[in-house]
Design a protein around this ligand. Structure first.
Ligand code: BGC
Length: 384
C-alpha cells in the first residue's frame, strides 16, 4: 500500500513537471486584439500600452519613440481591422534594425531643415544631417528613437514625457515635451502635444502613423479617396526642400478639394510629382488653425473605413509611402511595398525656421514665455 502511495505521488510530481515544462514552451498569452504580445515590447524602460473604448476600438502604443503600433477599428462588416503599419516587437524599432518613422511621435522638429542650419537671435545652429543634405524629423537620433516616460492614466489615456537636453541633435535649449493620447468614445485618437523650453529654440511636433485603411498592407492605398481642405501647397526642389513660394493647387494634381483617388494623377508628368517621387508635400490648410474644421479625410473603398484629420496647425504634410520598397518587413511578416500606406502629418510648413519672414509663413520659435502646443485628432468611422 505504502509503495502504491509513493508511486502515485511520484507520478503526480512528474506529471506536474511535464505540464510546467510543456507550458513554458507555449507562446505567451496574446492579450491584444491586434495580435501584438505586450511581452515583446517589455524591456527595463519600455512597454506596450493598450487603450480601449467601449466601441471595441483598440490602440496599442509603445513609449519607445511614442509610437502607435496598432489601431484596430471596425470595417463596414463590423470586423476589426488594423489600419497602421509597424513592427510586432520593440527591437525592430531600434535604428540599428530599421530606420523608420512608423507611428512615431516626431520631435524636436518635424520635416526638413535646409542643410540642418538655422539662426535664432545672434546664433546659428547646425543640426545632425540624415536626409540628403538636410536634417529630417529631428535629426539622426530624433525623438522617434527616444524612450519617453510613460504614465497610463486610465484605460483610454496615456501620457508620455520626454526631456530633450540642450544640444540634442544640435538644437538649443532643454525642452520638456509631453504627448497625451486619448482614445475617445467616438473612435478618435486625440493627441495633445506640448513642449516648454529653458531658452529660445524651435519646436514642430507631429505624429507619423502610416495608415492603410484597406486593413491589409499588401494592398496599396492608391485606391483610397483623399480630400484635403487646402487651396495652396508649398512646392519643393529635387532634394524635397521647400522653395519658399506658396502655389495654388487649382488645375494641378495637388487639388484634393474634391475627394479623389490618390493614384488617379500620381503618375502625371508634373515637375512637383517628379521632385516628390509622388505626393510628399505640405498643403496650406484652409482651416484657420481651428481644431473643429476638417483638414483632410481618407476613405478605403474596400473596408469603408474613413479617417478624418483635425488639427490646430497651419500645414499638413501628406506622404504616400513613396519610399517603401519591400525591404522592410513589419507585423505578420508582411514586406511593405511602395505606397501601401499614407502619412498625414500636421505641422508648420517645412523649413519654417529659415522661411519664417516670407509672406504666408509662420514662426516656429518657442521661448520660455511662449511654450509649444499642437492638438491633433485622427477620427475613424465607416462609410457603408
Ligand atoms: C517625409 C518623407 C520621408 C518620410 C520618412 C515624411 O514625413 O515627407 O519624405 O521619407 O517622412 O518617414
Amino acid at each position: 500500500m505504502k509503495i502504491y502511495v509513493k508511486f502515485l505521488l511520484v507520478s503526480l510530481g512528474l506529471f506536474g513537471i511535464f505540464m510546467l515544462s510543456g507550458c513554458s514552451k507555449e507562446p505567451a498569452a496574446v492579450l491584444t486584439k491586434s495580435g501584438l504580445n505586450p511581452a515583446d515590447f517589455q524591456t527595463d524602460s519600455t512597454a506596450l500600452y493598450v487603450l480601449r473604448n467601449s466601441q471595441g476600438m483598440e490602440v496599442c502604443i509603445t513609449n519607445y519613440g511614442g509610437r502607435i503600433v496598432s489601431v484596430m477599428v471596425p470595417d463596414k462588416q463590423d470586423s476589426l481591422r488594423d489600419v497602421v503599419l509597424g513592427f510586432d516587437n520593440v527591437a525592430s524599432y531600434y535604428p540599428e534594425n530599421n530606420k523608420s518613422d512608423f507611428g512615431a511621435s516626431i520631435g524636436r522638429y518635424a520635416n526638413r531643415i535646409d542643410h540642418g542650419r538655422f539662426t535664432l537671435g545672434d546664433s546659428t545652429y547646425q543640426l545632425t544631417i540624415n536626409n540628403g543634405p538636410h536634417s529630417l524629423h529631428g535629426g539622426t537620433t530624433g525623438w522617434q528613437y527616444k524612450v519617453y516616460k510613460a504614465n497610463q492614466i486610465d484605460s483610454t489615456k496615456l501620457e508620455l514625457t520626454l526631456v530633450s537636453p540642450d544640444g540634442d541633435n544640435g538644437y538649443p535649449g532643454t525642452v520638456t515635451a509631453k504627448v497625451v493620447y486619448t482614445l475617445t468614445e467616438d473612435n478618435a485618437i486625440d493627441i495633445q502635444m506640448s513642449a516648454t523650453t529653458d531658452k529660445p529654440t524651435i519646436v514642430n511636433m507631429t505624429n507619423h502613423a502610416y495608415f492603410n485603411l484597406n486593413g491589409d498592407p499588401n494592398v496599396p492605398i492608391t485606391n483610397n479617396l483623399l480630400y484635403i481642405n487646402a487651396k495652396q501647397y508649398t512646392p519643393v526642389d529635387s532634394t524635397f526642400m521647400t522653395l519658399g513660394n506658396i502655389d495654388l493647387v487649382a488645375g494641378t494634381p495637388f487639388d484634393f478639394n474634391t475627394a479623389t483617388e490618390i493614384g488617379a494623377r500620381i503618375n502625371d508628368d508634373n515637375e512637383q510629382l517628379h521632385n516628390g517621387n509622388g505626393y510628399d508635400h505640405n498643403w496650406v490648410l484652409s482651416t484657420n488653425q481651428a481644431i473643429d474644421q476638417l483638414a483632410a479625410s481618407v476613405v478605403s473603398p474596400i473596408t469603408g473605413i474613413k479617417l478624418e484629420v483635425f488639427t490646430d496647425q497651419p500645414g499638413l504634410q501628406v506622404y504616400v509611402g513613396n519610399f517603401l520598397d519591400g525591404t522592410v518587413t513589419g507585423k505578420h511578416g508582411i514586406a511593405y511595398q511602395q505606397r501601401t500606406a499614407l502619412c498625414l502629418e500636421p505641422q508648420v510648413y517645412p523649413d519654417s525656421p529659415n522661411k519664417k519672414d516670407l509672406a504666408g509663413w509662420y514662426d516656429p520659435t518657442v521661448t520660455p514665455d511662449k511654450p509649444y502646443s499642437h492638438h491633433l485628432i485622427y477620427k475613424f468611422s465607416v462609410e457603408k
